[in-house]
Design a protein around this ligand. Structure first.
Ligand SMILES: Nc1ncnc2c1ncn2[C@@H]1O[C@H](COP(=O)(O)OP(=O)(O)OP(=O)(O)O)[C@@H](O)[C@H]1O
Length: 591
């Protein structure tokens, strides 16, 4: 319970401290104030019961009609109070969800945490997208609902109990084993006993429900993830005729949903067997309980109805726990998942990198004693000691799996486990992976990424696409009604890599790191495009990981990872430098 309270509190603090979250406290206070007005209205309604039914008992038509008018006014005020309060509550939900989502996004994107959560076994989190989109929504909606209800219920309870105390001045007298027993104000005692027994039964029947609800959300997310993955891999699956395997995977995941769902509905049925009759009787019980006093002439019909209404309010306030059990279970589950997500993020942020990465203070990149470990601390690779100076073109080669890509990730600051030192040069850097990322935008904007793409820049994006041989695509992208998703899906692997090369021209980095970034191009196109890059960025440094020699960049320095696994610690400032096959400026521009 204390752990749950700590989790809820941690997340509330994030809601309040997030952008615009403080104003949410004002909304919260305004809703509470309106809810307290609601309590006063309910008390007035209870008093109205006595007046109205007493008028009926006296067959006083004039008074009964007057009471109907009063009833209309009370209900009018009640409705206004309810609607305004629930409107402000929705504004509060928007504000706090925005604040919490914004904080979560900041934490997820800071220090490349999103990358570590995906790649790092020790910190892997299932479905971070669900945490940010779904759990933030659930948490804020349920929290604002339940917290406000709890405070209002407690405040209302005090008022209703005081009223019930005042109204039920008569005792319950009966005989037991020859003894005369009298319970003074028994209606007041009956309410908590009635609710305590009911709450106990609900908790007993509902405890399993909480675990099953958590599990259900987990399985739903897994199923969604499998569907998304299939959608993203349609081509590979289609080519491999993998439908049957995919279907089995989806069936298995959906089967998991159904199996848990069955357990869930059984448990809900069990709980419903109690809560349903409970809800139906809770409104009648007070009248039955007060009947002896009415029949004994101790209360009038109006008094009986007023008493019934007061008792009902005490019982429904006390029964808050029963009615809210499901929502509370969901709130506890969402806060546990969000809290766990934040713990993972904290764990990553607090884990110091074991590879030292610092500025070199000049225009060279220097790797010394660099080793790469996997997340469990096992050594994956040793990287050649290396000094690369500004303007060079360096080819990193070596057998598959030797650690070339991981070395580039270490230089980029993503891979932090291992040893040794990376001294980074000044200037801007750009890293191109084998599979380029295409943002959710039109192709001209994709060609500029991560440069912002507004109206003017889009024209530049189109020009660059044309430069890398994608002129028809650029034209199509500028047509109104063009579907960017469709455009991107229809790009071949080589065309996607051309878009990434256009990005280099758009962002003009001082250092370009390419990891098999032209592997899908034919050799002639590769040469032409690399020569284009060299011509457009004559002072840039190119560090290329590739299995075939990258031609077109001018004289190459070759760094052989295979040789270094034999443990050289001497910096490689110039390996074998083959004569360029083409002078860069002799390469014809692409049409
Ligand atoms: N997240 C990870 N966790 C554990 N091991 C990893 C992880 N990423 C890569 N590795 C391992 O690190 C080693 C080096 O991988 P890397 O991708 O750097 O090789 P590479 O030389 O670029 O290979 P290729 O030429 O095939 O692209 C491989 O054995 C790979 O399995």
């Amino acid at each position: 319970m204390r752990a749950l309270a700590a989790r809820l509190w941690r997340l509330v603090v994030l809601c309040v401290k997030g952008p615009g979250g403080r104003l949410g406290l004002v909304y919260f206070a305004a809703i509470l104030a309106l809810n307290f007005v609601g309590i006063q209205i309910t008390l007035r309604l209870i008093a109205w019961n006595a007046d109205f039914y007493n008028a009926l008992q006296k067959l006083d038509a004039g008074e009964a009609v007057r009471q109907m008018g009063i009833f209309a006014i009370i209900i009018g005020i009640n409705s206004a109070q309810f609607l305004i309060a629930s409107y402000i509550r929705k504004l509060l939900q928007i504000r706090w969800r925005h604040a919490l989502t914004s904080v979560m996004l900041d934490r997820w994107l800071a220090d490349k945490v999103y990358w570590h959560l995906n790649y790092d076994d020790g910190a892997a989190v299932d479905n971070p997208d669900q945490r940010i989109a779904e759990d933030c929504r659930l948490y804020v909606n349920l929290l604002t609902g339940e917290a406000l209800e709890l405070i209002t219920t407690l405040a209302g309870l005090a008022s209703y109990v005081a009223l019930l105390w005042q109204l039920s001045s008569f005792p319950l007298a009966f005989g037991l084993f020859g003894m005369a027993i009298e319970i003074p104000r028994y209606m007041v005692w009956a309410a908590p006993i009635y609710v305590a027994v009911s709450s106990g039964v609900t908790h007993l029947l509902g405890a399993r429900l909480m675990r099953l609800t958590v599990e259900q959300q987990h399985r739903e997310a897994d199923f969604r993830f499998a569907l998304t993955r299939l959608r993203q891999s349609t081509e590979a699956v289609g080519l491999a005729d993998g439908e049957a395997v995919e279907r089995r995977i989806l069936d298995r995941r959906f089967g998991g949903i159904v199996a848990n769902w069955r357990r869930l509905i059984n448990q809900e049925l069990l709980l419903g067997c109690f809560t349903r009759p409970y809800m139906a009787t809770v409104l009648r019980i007070p009248v039955f309980l007060a009947l002896p006093a009415y029949l004994a002439g101790q209360v009038t019909l109006g008094g009986l109805m007023q008493l019934g209404s007061a008792f009902q309010n005490v019982v429904t306030s006390l029964s808050w726990f029963i009615f809210s059990y499901r929502d509370l279970a969901e709130l506890a589950a969402a806060s546990r998942r969000l809290d766990g997500f934040l713990d993972r993020i904290d764990a990553i942020a607090s884990r110091p990198p074991t590879i030292a990465r610092r500025p070199s203070g000049n225009s060279t990149l220097r790797l010394s004693g660099l080793t790469l470990d996997d997340p469990a601390g096992r050594e994956l690779a040793r990287v050649p000691a290396l000094v690369i100076t500004k303007g060079e073109a360096v080819w990193l080669r070596g057998r598959s799996g030797i650690g070339k890509s991981t070395a580039l990730k270490a230089v980029a600051g993503l891979w932090r486990a291992g040893g040794g030192t990376i001294e980074m040069p000044g200037g801007t850097q750009m890293f191109l992976p084998q599979q380029p990322y295409l943002p959710l935008a039109d192709l001209r904007a994709a060609a500029l990424y991560p440069r912002p793409a507004d109206g003017e820049a889009l024209t530049d994006g189109a020009r660059l696409l044309a430069l890398v041989g994608l002129a028809p695509r650029a034209e199509a992208a500028s047509l109104p009604g063009d579907d960017p998703d469709q455009q991107q899906r229809s790009l071949s692997g080589g065309e996607q890599q051309r878009v990434a090369l256009a990005r280099v021209l758009a962002n003009r980095p001082d250092w370009v790191f390419m990891d098999e970034a032209t592997s899908a191009l034919d050799q002639a196109a590769e040469e032409q495009l690399l020569a284009l890059l060299r011509r457009e960025l004559p002072h840039a440094t190119f560090v290329v990981v590739a299995h075939r020699e990258p031609r077109g960049l001018g004289p190459l320095t070759i760094v052989d990872f295979d040789a270094t696994m034999a443990a050289s610690t001497e910096p490689v400032t110039a390996g074998r430098t083959p004569t360029p096959h083409y002078a860069a400026d002799a390469i014809p521009a692409l049409s």
